[in-house]
Design a protein around this ligand. Structure first.
Ligand SMILES: C[S@@+](CC[C@H](N)C(=O)[O-])C[C@H]1O[C@@H](n2cnc3c(N)ncnc32)[C@H](O)[C@@H]1O
Length: 353
């Protein structure tokens, strides 16, 4: 998928084999903090029925695109509204969006060097001015199509998923969107281009995508096994990926401070606060109708493995495995490259609810 803090692409074989050992084939498995959807997709292609969720809106679009369909939607609702060489379809729609007249809109003003941020701070350099203008034109057009009812929810997700992938290719950042680089790097000078994504063809599309805080939606979930991949550091996803969230929501929020973050308090994660992690896990374990939980956690995490085992043991029998893993590389080079990643198994005692 793309660089994302805690992305599990490299650990998929271990995670899927652990899940397979702990539940029957074709059973219902939850990916409760799914992020890019890498684990959910592997669950789908391995024949499981997947319930996938995250609190972030961009994540919802990634999950819908990868779990609920096997091919591009047809965009029939755009017929008669847009003429694209008389042929509609995903690629023709991308072609239309790629060729829109660039526009000096919100992204241009707030996130490009020629813009004038509304809060009077110096201009920002997340994107070149040309790319920011293209993003504005594409965003505004998708918003128009949604407001006219010309595209379905799935088509909206596919377009936003495709736009986010394109934006990631040209963003002038180091790893996350927490701040922009002072001068444009090589990738960011390329022209933003929507490219057709490949759709997952294996496995069923009879899956469920949810959005919300895990602590809140757990009570509505019944499953055979729940995989949880929580944040393990203080870094908040909503702050580090604020631009992707703005693209996913299609809104025009106040860009605050020098870095231009949207107000992200409504997506603040308790898993990034040492004193609140335990209460959050407790709510998930006690409200979800599920007996077996597999939890990924890092040696670097806010809680140590001993603290986690001690706490989880209140709810059932606990064991864990250690995997050696290379660290998410940000610009912090003082940290060593290798660190352990844990997969903790909790089987709930009967009557824990
Ligand atoms: C370590 S990442 C998951 C990475 C994912 N397994 C992947 O491979 O891309 C943690 C995810 O948890 C989400 N998250 C954090 N706190 C949450 C909460 N309380 N409820 C739901 N999702 C949460 C974040 O938005 C982030 O996407």
């Amino acid at each position: 998928m793309f660089r994302y803090i805690g992305n599990k692409t490299k650990l998929l074989p271990m995670i899927i084999s652990e899940i397979s050992e702990n539940t029957e084939p074709k059973s219902t498995v939850v990916d409760l903090m799914a992020g890019t959807g890498s684990v959910s997709v592997a669950l789908r292609t391995n024949g499981f029925h997947v319930i996938s969720s995250d609190m972030m809106t961009y994540s919802k679009h990634h999950l819908v695109t990868q779990l609920l369909i096997s091919k591009a939607p047809d965009f029939l609702g755009l017929n008669n509204h847009i003429v694209i060489n008389n042929t509609l379809g995903y690629e023709a729609v991308l072609d239309y969006l790629n060729n829109l007249t660039p526009k000096e809109g919100y992204f241009f003003q707030e996130f490009s060097p020629e813009g004038t941020p509304a809060n009077g701070t110096p201009s920002r350099k997340y994107f070149t001015s040309e790319n920011a203008k293209k993003i504005d034109a594409i965003r505004d057009t998708i918003n128009l199509w949604i407001s006219k009812g010309w595209i379905s929810n799935i088509e909206e997700s596919v377009l936003k998923h495709t736009l986010i992938m394109a934006v990631n290719d040209v963003a002038n950042i180091s790893g996350t969107y927490g701040y922009f680089l002072s001068s444009f790097n090589k990738n960011s000078l390329e022209n933003l281009m929507l490219k057709p994504v490949s759709f997952v063809t294996e496995g069923s599309t009879d899956n469920v995508v949810l959005q919300g805080f895990a602590e809140d939606i757990s009570q509505d979930i019944t499953a055979d096994l729940c995989y949880i991949d929580p944040p393990y550091m203080k870094r908040q996803y909503a702050a580090n990926y604020h631009i992707l969230e703005t693209i996913a929501r299609g809104d025009y929020p106040e860009a605050v401070g020098k870095s231009g973050l949207r107000d992200w308090w409504d997506q603040h994660s308790k898993f990034c606060t040492k004193t609140r992690i335990r209460a959050s896990f407790e709510k998930i374990f006690t409200t979800m109708k599920c007996d077996v939980f597999l939890i990924s956690y890092s040696e670097d995490g806010l809680l140590s493995i001993e603290e986690l085992i001690d706490f989880f043991s209140k709810f059932g029998s606990v064991s864990y495995k250690v995997i050696e893993y290379s660290r998410f590389k940000s610009n912090n080079s003082r940290l060593s490259k290798e660190l352990n990643e844990y997969i903790i198994r909790l089987e709930k005692h009967k009557g824990v609810s």
